[in-house]
Design a protein around this ligand. Structure first.
Ligand code: AMP
Ligand code: MG
Length: 513
């Protein structure tokens, strides 16, 4: 791999703590601390993403690169650091957080001048590890690597996975926080993104009243990642905030399109570029349920439930607005922008639903149609994705009951079947309002509704296998997730088998990672 072109513009531009001191502490007034990865004696490569490596300008992998993938024996030009950020967690101000187990190697440019940041997740403690070990377990690393790639191939903005390695070390975790700690295999994921900056970086500088640094950080972000913003002065920061709002809303709509539930939408897990970031107790939704949260810690309030993600992203943007207030001293503007966020989000959301159903335009009457549909989905416990796959072949279905029973998690008795038939009738008459052909409508549905979803039970099985030293499932899932709008493996495009309903790691997950 071409490691010599990795540079660290971030640490050249901002105040930092250059002590390399790993002791966990507050580091006021700085945006990063330099820190070395801890190093691992016996690493083992599980998977390397060759296509991504070529795309971002790192080139081909050879065996000597294994060291880099876990942070061992780094070349001189790589000056590693962890960034400081803050955040609101579960609605409360949490103060300084920061990269607790992410260490940044720097940035690489490809031949087209596109910049990509590279970081290790799980390569050791940093000043921001908050009494934790800075390590990651295989389980959570497989989930992050595969899911971020799955999201990318679904066409959704996300951080990406470059590699997954075992560290050769064991890590102790109490998965269900039940006083039952166990040893698990440790792993490191190298992940990439245009930038890993989060809302929390801006919140930290604002909370510390480091307004100069806040302004420098915002200028840096705009210059590097929002080149379309050409205004100056306060207007520049207004345009920036507006753009972050739009990108965030668009991302939320995309999550709704495929049924992705993030699970921990704290402001420190919100990318300033509108990327999906920090894959923890996430889940693809199986049975449609607006109240579904995969995160056991989130159960009491269901703050981060599937159906709340639009609203919560808006709440998070309020926190960003507060942080940017020192640069945009215009309350009316901020309030108006945040209020129109709701309108923009719902319109984009409803237009997205239209595409899922194959409608070429959003009609006034669709609100009622969607509400009916949501009721039906919840009551009949229908699988979100498979439901639309059935709609796509409606014209050829002779036995409605059997088709829908295959994609439902409950028994469809006569009353339920009747409701389903009524809905299908409603749907068929709604299709009559299309101004495009049935063929074009189906084409739109097939581009919008995935055939393959990386469901939690599949990840669970894959992790079990890798733990036993086998990678067949990993390879199969990789081919499937690279082609999510095709049905390459019909056996993977089915509802969650019932045996997995109550297994931890299949529907519910803790934050333990
Ligand atoms: P999360 O909610 O997973 O995004 O994590 C919240 C904070 O805890 C972040 O600052 C993480 O970097 C940190 N963190 C989570 N797990 C660990 C760990 N094993 N070691 C160090 N820091 C961690
Ligand atoms: Mg996080």
């Amino acid at each position: 791999m071409n490691l010599k072109n990795i540079k660290q513009p971030f640490i050249e531009n901002f105040p930092g703590d250059f002590s390399k001191n790993p002791i966990q502490r507050n580091t006021p007034k700085v945006l990063f601390s330099t820190i070395d990865p801890v190093g691992f004696d016996d690493p083992k490569l599980i998977v390397f993403n060759e296509k991504l490596s070529e795309e971002i300008g790192l080139g081909k992998f050879d065996n000597s690169d294994l060291d880099f993938l876990v942070g061992n024996n780094l070349p001189e030009n790589i000056k590693t650091y962890a960034t400081a950020y803050a955040g609101h967690q579960f609605g409360n101000w949490a103060g300084q957080l920061g990269d607790g187990r992410a260490i940044i190697a720097g940035e690489i440019k490809n031949s087209e001048g596109q910049k990509t940041e590279i970081q290790w997740k799980g390569a050791g403690a940093t000043p921001y590890s908050r009494h934790a070990d800075g390590r990651a377990v295989l389980r959570s690393s497989v989930r992050e690597y595969l899911m971020s790639e799955a999201m990318h191939h679904l066409g959704i903005p996300t951080t990406r996975g470059l590699s997954l390695c075992l560290t050769g070390e064991d890590v102790v975790r109490d998965i269900m926080y039940s006083g039952n700690p166990q040893e698990e295999k440790g792993a490191v994921v190298v992940r990439t993104a245009e930038s890993f900056l989060r809302f929390g970086h801006f919140e930290l500088m604002s909370a510390q009243k480091e307004i100069d640094t806040l302004q420098k950080l915002t200028d840096f972000t705009i210059k590097n990642y929002f080149p379309e913003i050409i205004s100056e002065g306060e207007q520049k920061y207004k345009d920036f905030f507006q753009s972050v709002c739009t990108k965030t809303a668009d991302l939320m709509v995309e999550w709704f399109r495929v049924g992705f539930v993030h699970g921990v939408m704290n402001t420190d897990n919100m990318s300033i570029l509108g990327l999906t970031i920090d894959y923890g107790p996430f889940s693809m939704m199986d049975e449609y349920d607006l109240n579904f949260t995969p995160n056991t810690t989130d159960l009491p309030g269901r703050r981060y439930a599937f159906g709340k993600q639009g609203q919560i992203s808006q709440w998070n943007l309020w926190q960003l607005a507060n942080a940017l207030f020192a640069l945009i001293k215009d309350e009316n503007f901020l309030e108006q922008t945040l209020n129109s966020y709701g309108t923009y989000f719902w319109e984009a959301h409803d237009k997205m639903l239209c595409k899922k159903f194959g409608f070429d335009q959003l009609l006034e009457s669709d609100k009622e149609f969607f509400t009916n549909w949501q009721g039906l989905m919840q009551e009949l416990q229908l699988d979100y994705t498979l439901f639309f796959n059935v709609l796509e072949k409606l014209d050829a279905i002779s036995d409605l009951k059997t088709e829908f029973q295959n994609v439902s998690y409950t028994f469809l008795d006569e009353v339920k079947v009747k409701k389903l038939e009524n809905f299908i009738q409603l749907y068929s008459s709604r299709l009559q309002h299309n101004t495009i052909s049935r063929e074009d409508s189906l084409h739109m549905m097939k581009k919008t509704n995935p055939k393959f979803l990386l469901r939690n039970y599949l990840l669970f099985e894959c992790i079990e296998e890798i733990n036993q030293g086998k990678t067949q499932m990993l390879e199969k899932l990789t081919s499937a997730l690279e082609n999510p709008y095709e049905e390459i493996f019909p056996e993977l495009s089915v509802k969650r088998p019932s045996g997995y309903d109550d297994i931890s790691g299949c529907s519910m997950l803790s934050c333990s990672s």
